[in-house]
Write a protein that binds this ligand. Structure first.
Ligand SMILES: [Zn+2]
Length: 260
């Protein structure tokens, strides 16, 4: 049992393509994305599907050490154009959280960071079907990419139901997982998500997940387009968005002190 995963990281990417500017952390260049995946592979990491993660969380399946879940928010076209061919070659599954009311359109929502993101094209149904053929899992990032905590309950429930039904119809498989837009959620959002038929939801709070994690507060690590492969490896080892070397050293010193 030594080699089975006790805690799982979930990685979160957004756009794959040409970054808008040097500090565009929510976009990763295809070459760097490939370098990330190769570095993970070389260091004993292995992507597992979100469905396997859920089975592991429920105690129905064990996963090997080094297992992690790969997710892409929003459904940008670069996921299909650049990430999918590489992942297929590696045999690695991944999940896209789709904004169902905007398929084939642009990401015309505000980013919460200081600089607004330029709109970029989102996959249409035909491209999404190709992803399904590539073995991707499709789940919900809501219908409109609103801050769910700011919606009135009836409107929110409608949005969540609509999105879940649209993806289920598109993929032919139940869309049971939700990624909160902007990572924003509260008691009301979590309870309505459950009511809308979701069984788990993904946040942007960092850390590892143990099987006893709150199903509606699954943690994810924010991987930036500016992260070098070494930075990514530190993030995934630490379960933290802070992959600076000093943080890694602090972590090892802490572990040494704990085991004395
Ligand atoms: Zn988003």
């Amino acid at each position: 049992m030594m080699n089975t995963a006790q805690r799982l990281p979930v990685l979160m990417y957004h756009r794959v393509g040409e970054p808008d500017h040097k500090r565009d952390v929510y976009c990763i260049h295809p070459d760097r994305f490939a370098a990330h995946m190769r570095a993970l592979n070389k260091n004993g990491y292995q992507a597992v599907s979100i469905e396997d993660f859920d089975a592991w969380r429920n105690g129905a399946k064990s996963l090997p050490q080094g297992a992690f879940v790969l997710t892409f928010d929003d459904g940008f076209t670069g996921v299909r154009d650049f990430a999918a061919p590489l992942l297929r070659e590696m045999g690695w599954p991944a999940t896209v959280f789709l904004v169902t009311g905007k398929l084939g359109g642009d990401s015309n929502w505000q980013v919460t960071v200081d600089e607004p993101m330029r709109p970029h094209p989102l996959m249409a149904q035909v491209q999404i079907r190709e992803l399904i053929d590539h073995g991707f899992s499709l789940h919900s990032h809501s219908a409109q990419h609103h801050d769910l905590t700011k919606m009135d309950p009836a409107e929110l429930l409608k949005d969540l139901l609509e999105s879940r039904e649209a993806i289920t119809a598109l993929s032919g498989r139940p869309a049971t997982y939700l990624a909160y837009p902007y990572g924003r959620h509260d008691e009301k959002v979590r309870s309505l998500a459950r009511q809308a038929g979701y069984v788990a939801a993904f946040t942007v709070e960092s850390g590892f997940n143990r099987p006893e994690v709150d199903a509606f507060r699954i943690r994810r690590l924010d991987v930036f387009g500016t992260d070098t492969p070494a930075m990514l490896l530190r993030k995934i080892r630490l379960g933290s968005n802070d992959g600076r070397l000093t943080n890694l050293l602090r972590y090892y010193v802490q572990r040494l002190l704990e085991t004395r």
